[in-house]
Design a protein around this ligand. Sequence first.
Ligand SMILES: *Cc1c(COP(=O)(O)O)cnc(C)c1O
Length: 366
Amino acid sequence: MQIPMVDLKIQYRQLQAEIDEAVRNVLESAYFIMGPQGTSFEEEIAAYLGVKHAIGVASGTDALHLALRATGLGPGDEVITTPFTFIATAEAIAYVGATPVFVDIDPATFNIDVEQVAAAITPATRAVLPVHLFGQPADLEPLKKICLDNDLLLVEDCAQSCGARYGDKMTGALGDLGCYSFFPSKNLGCFGDGGLVVTNSDDLAAQVRTLRNHGSRERYHHSIIGYNSRLDDLQAAILRVKLKHLDRFNQQRRENAHRYSSKLSELGITVPFEDGKGTHVYHQYTVLMDQREAVQKALAAEGIASAIYYPIPLHQQEVFQQQCRGTSLPVSERVAEQCLSLPIYPELTAAQVDRIVETIAPVVQG
Ligand SMILES: *Cc1c(COP(=O)(O)O)cnc(C)c1O
């Protein structure tokens, strides 16, 4: 029996009756773009996340792009972010012509190191863009304080943290803007591309709404150059069904993670650290080990998938060499060499977790 990184078929089968009906209703309504499903989803997820505004867009990458675009950031502006993330975080900064400034990560949580953020502020700094990596919120309270003290925007990359709390707030609700992705494998995933920008600011919300729809507030009146970046009604209808189950899915991810951790820590493997400031929703379950290659080989021989998120920190990517050559961020570099993500999804069974641990054990025990 193969164990993939994520099994989207099981979840579809579980929710098939509800999803098929929702899809059929959209098909029959023939209302596909900027229709009632999109509006209802925006209202429901705004309530779930505890934010004033939620604006559906075409992807998580677009959510980041339009959020930064809405703030007016541009050439000459610096945005402090983490190098240990998916490329889209930094791409969005580059899209608006601003410069990503990478600072190192905390070795325990893999999230941006708050002290290094403070140390990297220059007169050109305009924003801080933390990522809630693997589903654990970055340390938002001190980040927020740094931003308030230095008149910086706080923009959260929540692509991996849907349903996670920091204190009593959901991620995305503390920053000026929060950006979600509904890529199929994310904790809340649709059946294609989708994304969301959340904010409590009326002005920023209006700006993102205008940007996502060709710079138009009123049909055929264009006040700015915008984009075609909307969440379509089919995806919104599917997301409305899945949102109702999200907390249960995240709880199942957490239970699987805790089962892994209690067993893998006994083998001397560095398991994910929960900092206790919120909930970790385990978009990925990522451990550190020296024997990564041998473990991956043993897992593959048993038909068990594993993955390296992320093998090359962004400051070492070819695309950023002109700017980052010579930059040393040793924690990110070490974690990139030792990290291994194991299958984690709500429907993964305890027996499967045990089988994965049993496959790893002989390798690390030598
Ligand atoms: C998935 C992801 C994105 C991009 O989302 P898409 O919907 O694929 O465009 C951005 N940032 C992070 C951290 C992600 O994991």
